[in-house]
Each structure stands twice: as C-alpha cells, then as structure tokens.
Design a binder for this molecule. Structure first.
Ligand code: NAD
Length: 305
C-alpha cells in the first residue's frame, strides 16, 4: 500500500484513540467515530475528522479499522448496524479488537459475503504501546489483505505477524495471553511461597531471572516491588495491563478450549482465578496484583492441601 489512505476508525477508547492519532501523524486521513462524544472530541483534538455515525465514517474509506470491546460489538456493527453495507465494495475491514475466534471467523464471513475483504489483527502492548506506536499485531486472513494492511500496522506498531487464515490472529492472541496469565500466577505463587520460607524477593529474583524460571512475568512485570523498578508493583499495581482484560482474554481462551475439547487445565484454572480477582480487588489493578490475593489467602490459612 502506497501513499495516504482514507481510514474509517470505529472505537476511539484507550487503545483506538492513540492508534487513530498515530495514523493522523503519519499523514493519513482518519474519519473517526465512537459512541462516547467526549472520546470523539478528544480524537478531533488529535487531528481525526469526526463522523456523525459509524456508517458515515466508513462510506469513503479505503480501510476500516475497528477497536471495540468484544465480539458482539464487532458483529453488531458489521451485520446489524449495516457497517458492511455502508462501505464501498472491496473495502478492507481490519478488526483490531480482542474477540472470540468463532466471532472473528463469523466477522470474516460476513465481510466477504458483503463483498468486502477482512483481516483480524488483535494487538499486544497495551495503552503504552498504542501511544508509542509500538504494538505487536497478530493477523489472520489472506496474504494479500495482510500485505495491504501492513503499512498501516507499521504506523501503529513495531511488529506484525501473519498467523494464518481467518481467526488465526485471535487464536495467537489468546494462546499468548494464556501463557502470560498462567506464568504470572506461577511467578506470584513462587514469591509467596518464598516469603513463607524466609526468602527475600531480591534473592529469588536474582536466581530465577537468570535460571530456568525466567519469563516476562518475572523479568519485566515482576509482581513484587523492588527487583524491576518499572513494574506496576512499584506503583500500587496501577496498570499496565488491567486484571479485567486478562480475565477477559483467559475467558476467551477457556471458551475456545472447551469448544475444541482441549484440556487446558492450567488455562481454565487461571481463567477462574483471574475472573475472581478482576471482580474483587483487581477491578482497576494491573494483573500482577493477583499476588496480593495469594498472600492474603496464605495469611488466612488458605494454603493447606
Ligand atoms: P475501551 O472500552 O477503552 O474502548 C472501546 C471503545 O469502543 C469505547 O470507547 C466504546 O464507546 C466504543 N464502542 C463500543 N461500541 C461501539 C459502537 N457500536 N460504535 C462506536 N464505538 C463503539 O477499550 P480498549 O481498552 O480501547 O480496548 C479495545 C480492545 O482492545 C478490546 O477488545 C481489548 O480487549 C483490546 N486490548 C486492550 C488492551 C488495553 O490495554 N486496553 C490491550 C490489548 C488489547
């Protein structure tokens, strides 16, 4: 894809807002829409042109990008609210939301049936990555569509991987985040067990970060304050990657595992633990804050077999 593109951008929240702003900075024309007028105003401040509706945002677009909460929002817009019907034939629809793999496939099918082209391209990297233009995209769909979207993804991110056909981007996203959720629980349990054994956080970190326990949850997002100064644990677990988003992604992995009959025992347990944490103390905390509930349960004598 060469030159300036006209982009319809729907969903200008925590992620979509800065992503749209980066597209404007790179010289693209962005027609934006969000149900929340204050977010639309904020986007206009960043150079986005406000559309009066989602349909209006896509009517003249070469590429449509959606960054919405869940599959029902994407399918609702694509099918029920007539977004596909409002675009020019052949328009490329890139959904960057994190949604169920089955919903992503249904969105592809609906787009193709309406004479459009589609790509699922969920992201990792959070709000910080969206603002800095350093997201990682995991894409599913045709190679031609991926190649066409690549120049735009390169504006919003530092890396884009074509994972396979429709839904493959969402599959990669939930598999990656299942690893992350399980490994954060493992690291947190190790710190709490270490505490009960009189082991300092720094000693365990110094060993595990250079031994076989090494992983991102330990070395970048360390759940205890001290060893990694930039980790959310040093700022009262302000996100970062919020616990409800981890709970959501693990829920998507769990439903995919159940649908496919795959016995992801730790993934299901992680989904259960994060759902409980996200509904209680973790509502507005980084997902690494789950360590505090483990410490609490230990104090309450909940560690017995
Ligand atoms: P958000 O709630 O801040 O933004 C979503 C926006 O979509 C909201 O502003 C909402 O008003 C808008 N919206 C919903 N339905 C709409 C409709 N019909 N028409 C127009 N606008 C509509 O959420 P977010 O944090 O930006 O996350 C967006 C997606 O990215 C989610 O799927 C999330 O799982 C994923 N994600 C988020 C993060 C993160 O750190 N926030 C990281 C990776 C992936």
């Amino acid at each position: 894809m060469n030159g300036t593109r006209t982009i319809g951008f729907i969903g200008l929240g925590h992620m979509g807002g800065p992503m749209a702003a980066n597209l404007v900075k790179a010289g693209h024309q962005v027609l934006g829409y969000d149900l929340m007028p204050e977010l639309l105003d904020q986007a206009v401040g960043n150079g986005v042109t406000a559309a009066g509706s989602a349909a209006q945002a896509v009517a003249t677009a070469d590429v449509v990008i959606t960054m919405l909460p869940a599959g029902r929002h994407v399918l609702g817009l694509y099918r029920d609210e007539g977004l596909l019907a409002a675009a020019r034939p052949g328009t490329l629809f890139v959904d960057c939301s994190t949604i169920d793999v089955a919903d992503a496939r249904a969105a592809h099918e609906a787009a193709v049936a309406a004479g459009m082209r589609a790509l699922d391209a969920p992201v990792s990297g959070g709000v910080v990555g969206a603002e800095a233009g350093t997201l990682t995209f995991m894409a599913g769909g045709g190679g031609t569509e991926f190649d066409e979207a690549d120049a735009l993804l390169a504006v919003m991110g530092k890396k884009a991987v074509h994972c396979g056909g429709p839904g493959a981007g969402q599959a990669a996203k939930i598999c990656n985040n299942m690893i992350l959720g399980i490994s954060m629980i493992a690291v947190s349990e190790a710190f709490v067990l270490g505490e009960s054994l009189g082991l300092s956080h720094q000693a365990l970190f110094d060993v595990a970060s250079t031994a076989s326990g090494q992983c991102w949850a330990l070395t970048v997002n360390c759940p205890v304050p001290g060893p990694v100064p930039a980790s959310p644990a040093n700022r009262d677990y302000r996100p970062g990657f919020a616990a409800p988003l981890m709970a959501k992604d693990l829920g998507l992995a769990a439903s995919a595992a159940r649908a496919g009959g795959v016995p992801t025992e730790l993934g299901l347990k992680a989904a259960e633990l994060y759902a409980a944490y996200a509904e209680a103390d973790g509502t507005d905390q980084d997902f690494s804050g789950i360590v505090t509930t483990m410490r609490q349960r230990t104090a309450e004598g909940g560690g017995e077999a």
